[in-house]
Design a protein around this ligand. Structure first.
Ligand SMILES: [Zn+2]
Length: 506
């Protein structure tokens, strides 16, 4: 693997030099000399000659990045972006797209507001921009969704759409999911342009409408603009899953796969009558019998490639014998004791099998009336390589009652499983380990849904990438919850981290 703490001296030196972004190459070298001379005097001559002869360095240092200033600018921009209320339903992402376009116009980066006629109702849009590289490698896309879920003012202590900056954080709906990531992507692209970093890959920036409801933004974008995506090799968006507990990083998570939502609505028809005289045409017991069979059914365990790597990676953080069980999770699951322990974790259980949760249930609204219909809702989440039709057929066989009708509520998105041995994965590993030398960089599966499958369908390698280190407790509370916020420290971290990933993937 390329990069990381054991890199060659040359790479480490280049990295530090670039990251520090001295004012000019000629002015930078003496300062660099001074710093290095304290720790590595013998290597000075070599270092200086490398620094002077690298074309990448001389181009880079033409316009250095002032990270503190960039962070302040990003905080202000995010505050403004939060004020653009894109609550979905409605969405009104057109306003958000105009906001982004205004920023990029100032920077001289080409951008377009798209799909305003196709996205319903009025006031919706997708957004697209591109920063050109030299074209020697394929493009990389940074994608975020511009819409947010509703915020209930009664349960917030700050105005969810004021974009307040206080107590070292930006507050408001969308700061975690996912306007901060979008603005960090935008500002990283702008920083790259300003700094003159040489690009082998174009950087594509996309803002989608409607991720939180029907995903129509990404679906329409992919249908209508395959030309804008045809040279895109990699895509990064939400769905990574960096795990931070009590200030300690457990791992950097790169999302290479996610489960597929496959919701079912079940109905049984009956004949309404007075409940004082029971009949065989009451739909309620029939539905309950079907649900009982489904509820008792245990879906088989199945280990996908990304999940296998995830368990293998995190094994080292557990004592024996658990370490051994996770190191080879397929084998571990054959051991009854190990299996019981692994499946007792609700997240681990959910990434090792297709899951079924019985959730909604409707019968009669009066105790003394046998209803005309009974119905139920089932939340099914499929592993990426499960065929939905086959799964549904299997479910019908288990129920074994033709009176029970199944309706698929939302067509499942295409399956998402991206390869791991890629330049982008290696770039993320390198940037991560520079920040946390012993960090695990692993591939947890997302049990929720994102827009990634829609892009993956085109063959684009799509990763969930979180540029922040957010406490697990804050993530749980803020995402779709109350008092959502992101710290300024996290924004500063995210800018440099994203910048480095984009630099290393060139
Ligand atoms: Zn989101």
């Amino acid at each position: 693997m390329c990069g990381g703490p054991h890199d060659t001296g040359r790479f480490r030196i280049r990295f530090r030099f670039l990251e520090d972004a001295e004012p000019r190459a000629d002015a930078a070298i003496p300062r660099y000399f001074l710093r290095m001379s304290r720790s590595l005097p013998v290597a000075l001559a070599t270092i200086a000659s490398l620094a002077l002869t690298s074309p990448a360095i001389s181009q880079q240092t033409k316009a250095p990045i002032d990270w503190d200033a960039l962070t302040s600018e990003t905080v202000q921009l995010l505050s403004g972006y939060i004020k653009v209320n894109t609550t979905n339903p409605q969405g009104t992402e057109l306003e958000a797209a105009r906001f982004l376009k205004h920023v990029l116009d100032r920077e001289g980066i080409e951008s377009r507001i798209l799909d305003t006629a196709e996205l319903k109702p009025v006031g919706r849009a997708n957004f697209y921009a591109r920063l050109k590289g030299n074209g020697s490698k394929k493009a990389i896309a940074l994608v975020h969704h511009m819409d947010v879920v509703p915020a209930n003012p009664a349960t917030w202590t700050v105005d969810a759409f004021s974009g307040a900056v206080k107590d070292g954080a930006v507050w408001g709906r969308g700061t975690i999911d996912m306007k901060a990531e979008g603005i960090v992507q935008l500002m990283t692209m702008i920083a790259i342009k300003r700094s003159g970093l040489p690009l082998t890959r174009d950087i594509v920036f996309i803002g989608n409408a409607d991720e939180e409801l029907g995903s129509t933004g990404a679906i329409v974008f992919v249908q209508r603009h395959p030309d804008l995506l045809k040279d895109v090799e990699f895509l990064m968006t939400e769905g990574g899953g960096n795990q931070v507990d009590d200030g300690k990083l457990a791992y950097y998570g790169v999302g290479v796969s996610e489960k597929r939502t496959f919701w079912q609505h079940l109905t049984v028809a009956g004949t309404p009558s007075h409940a004082s005289r029971p009949t065989k045409l009451n739909p309620v017991p029939r539905l309950v019998a079907a649900l009982d069979k489904i509820g008792k059914y245990e879906t088989p365990l199945h280990v996908t490639a990304g999940v296998e790597k995830y368990f293998h990676d995190i094994a080292s953080t557990f004592p024996e014998p658990k370490r051994g069980w996770l190191l080879d999770v397929k084998k571990g699951l054959e051991n009854p004791q190990a299996r019981a322990w692994i499946l007792s974790d609700v997240y681990w259980n959910a990434i090792l099998r297709n899951t079924i949760s019985l959730t909604g249930l409707q019968g009669s609204n009066k105790t003394n009336v046998i209803p005309a219909e009974a119905s139920a809702d089932i939340d099914i989440r499929l592993l990426p390589d499960t065929d939905p039709d086959e799964f549904l057929a299997m479910l019908k066989r288990i129920v074994n009652d033709t009176a029970v009708h199944f309706t698929t509520q939302l067509q499942p998105k295409p399956p998402l499983e991206s390869p791991i041995a890629t330049d982008l994965f290696r770039a993320i590993e390198r940037a991560s380990r520079e920040r946390d030398p012993n960090a695990l960089v692993t591939t947890p599966m997302l049990t929720a849904a994102t827009d990634r499958p829609t892009y993956r369908k085109l063959g684009i390698i799509t990763y969930g990438f979180d540029p922040f280190k957010i406490e697990a407790a804050d993530l749980q509370k803020g995402m779709h919850g109350n008092d959502e916020h992101i710290t300024v420290a996290n924004i500063a971290f995210g800018l440099k981290y994203t910048y480095d990933v984009l630099r290393y993937v060139q």
